[in-house]
Write a protein that binds this ligand. Structure first.
Ligand SMILES: Cc1cc2nc3c(=O)[nH]c(=O)nc-3n(C[C@H](O)[C@H](O)[C@H](O)COP(=O)(O)OP(=O)(O)OC[C@H]3O[C@@H](n4cnc5c(N)ncnc54)[C@H](O)[C@@H]3O)c2cc1C
Length: 465
């Protein structure tokens, strides 16, 4: 046990269970300090996540406290400047878990070099992923571009590795303050009232994540394959924000799912597989973080229309299923996957607005935002990604509504203006000619565009490329 201080750099790892970097630090050192770097510029365009992180820090601080570990929050302008300052001292060892975004993996390399040069001990661990990025490759060593063969190989590789042993976290001898300038997590909390609504829907703790997982496995996984498509029922796990911030490790999800033999397990784990696939994609093809994966889309004649974009953001397109999704997002910081596909398709194919606008808005609004899933999800919808939906498959928002929200209960939950509209008209309220129920154009907008016209316009734009 070293008398030197162990420092653990906390990022997307708000958990005690299966946290390799933190457990190694407490196993090697009598005293450990955990630090979180709040880099404002990183969070400026991720407003919703400021709420989740502030809450997570508060809760995790309490847990660490019980282990005699301080959680120190430090405001920084740049990671590099912070570490250059830190490395002027030598009385510590540094530990962290990887985050699989190219810029963070690049930072790992730079930081490792600096630490080696200064002869400071450090250890980097696998992050919240089943297989390391780069482990799952085709037989010729190249990266996969199609999901199904990727997942076949990925599952096999992971199966051969488990059970993975993870060490427990030790209680430290005494609490130490390593850094001089700490801030309180409340300083991260956004000022806008908007976020207060999230309190009603989420509790960002490790316990909640484990509880949600167990309930999902007990009550819902059996019917996951069928029910995951219906936004009016709670059919999915809703674990995404917990996974993003590491309140739960995907290995734990895998382990718990495989303890039971229920229908639905494979389909559910395949969705975790999409997350793995997307992380592989953005690291092997980082150009997709700046634009289209498929370069022929660089010539696509996108339109700039701030009125349309604002109506879409505010859930005022006149298509109820689209508006319900956008309002669910603004109220809860989350949106059902089926509806993410519908609102995405509408923005890109009906309004001909560049998918990057949607990506930016989701980044700012989603509690589960992660670069790999968001960029890949948007490019899947737009048709310009790897293994994406073909561009010419254009969702009809009326039929999507009628198929996946048959009774209109999802729409009525989020678009209150439509609560008295009969089922027959709930996905096309402009056809209801009864002003005593709905004054269309006043209480709820007419559709921004007519589906058939927008569809043929999109197809001819697509033909140009
Ligand atoms: C346009 C668009 C943007 C998206 N942006 C994000 C994002 O920023 N962050 C994010 O986590 N997911 C994103 N997704 C994927 C998906 O919508 C969410 O992961 C899912 O809705 C989360 O709900 P859940 O936890 O109940 O999912 P479940 O169905 O319970 O799935 C379990 C887990 O598997 C993963 N997963 C599920 N579906 C997908 C998928 N299609 N692609 C990749 N991973 C998946 C998630 O980690 C999810 O928590 C996006 C999808 C689209 C179409």
């Amino acid at each position: 046990m070293s008398k030197q201080i162990g420092l653990f750099w906390l990022r997307d790892d708000f958990r005690i269970k299966n946290n390799s970097g933190l457990s190694e630090a407490t196993n090697n050192h009598e005293n450990v300090s955990v630090f979180y770097l709040y880099n404002k510029s990183e969070f400026e365009n991720r407003e919703a996540q400021n709420w989740w992180i502030s809450k997570s820090l508060k809760e995790f601080k309490k847990k660490l406290n019980n282990l005699n570990i301080n959680l120190e929050i430090i405001k920084v302008d740049s990671f590099n400047i912070f570490f250059d300052e830190l490395l002027k001292q030598k009385n510590f060892c540094l530990y962290w878990n990887k985050v699989y975004e190219p810029k963070y993996l690049d930072l790992d390399k730079i930081l490792s070099e600096k630490l080696k040069n200064k002869k400071i001990n450090f250890k980097i661990f696998k992050g919240n992923i089943l297989n390391e990025v780069g482990e799952v490759l085709k037989s010729d060593g190249s990266p996969f571009k199609v999901f199904t063969p990727f997942w076949r190989v990925a599952e096999k590789i992971y199966h051969e590795k488990i059970p993975s042993n993870y060490k427990k976290i030790n209680k430290c001898k005494k609490k130490i303050n390593f850094f001089k300038k700490n801030i309180n997590e409340s300083e991260i909390l956004p000022k806008k009232e908007w976020y207060n609504k999230f309190e009603k829907y989420w509790s960002p703790t490790e316990e909640s994540a484990l509880k949600e997982l167990k309930t999902f496995i007990k009550d819902r996984i059996e019917n996951y394959s069928e029910e995951r498509n219906f936004p009016n029922i709670l059919g999915t796990s809703k674990l995404s924000p917990f996974i993003k911030h590491g309140q739960i490790h995907v290995e734990t999800i895998w382990e718990e799912c495989n303890k039971i033999k229920k229908k639905g397990v494979n389909k559910f784990l395949a969705e975790i597989g999409w997350r793995e696939f997307n992380h592989s994609l953005i690291n092997f093809f980082p150009h997709m973080l700046k634009g289209n994966y498929s370069l022929k889309f660089d010539k696509f004649p996108w339109e700039k229309n701030s009125k349309f974009l604002s109506a879409w953001k505010n859930g005022l397109t006149g298509y109820p299923i689209v508006d319900a999704g956008m309002r669910e997002l603004s109220k809860t910081g989350w949106m059902h996957n089926r509806v993410r596909m519908i609102v995405g398709s509408f923005l890109v194919k009906h309004l001909l607005i560049n998918w990057t606008e949607g990506e930016k808005f989701f980044k700012n609004s989603l509690l589960d935002y992660n670069q790999a899933n968001n960029v890949s999800g948007w490019q899947w919808v737009a048709g310009c990604g790897a293994d994406a939906a073909p561009y010419f498959r254009i969702f009809n928002p009326i039929l999507q509504g009628e198929k996946f929200d048959k009774e209109g209960s999802y729409v009525k939950k989020w678009v209150l203006e439509l609560k008295n509209v009969p089922k027959k008209f709930i996905h096309k309220p402009w056809e209801l000619k009864d002003e005593s129920i709905l004054k269309i154009g006043k209480e709820y907008p007419f559709p921004l565009v007519v589906h058939e016209k927008a569809r043929s316009k999109a197809l001819s734009a697509f033909k140009k490329i």
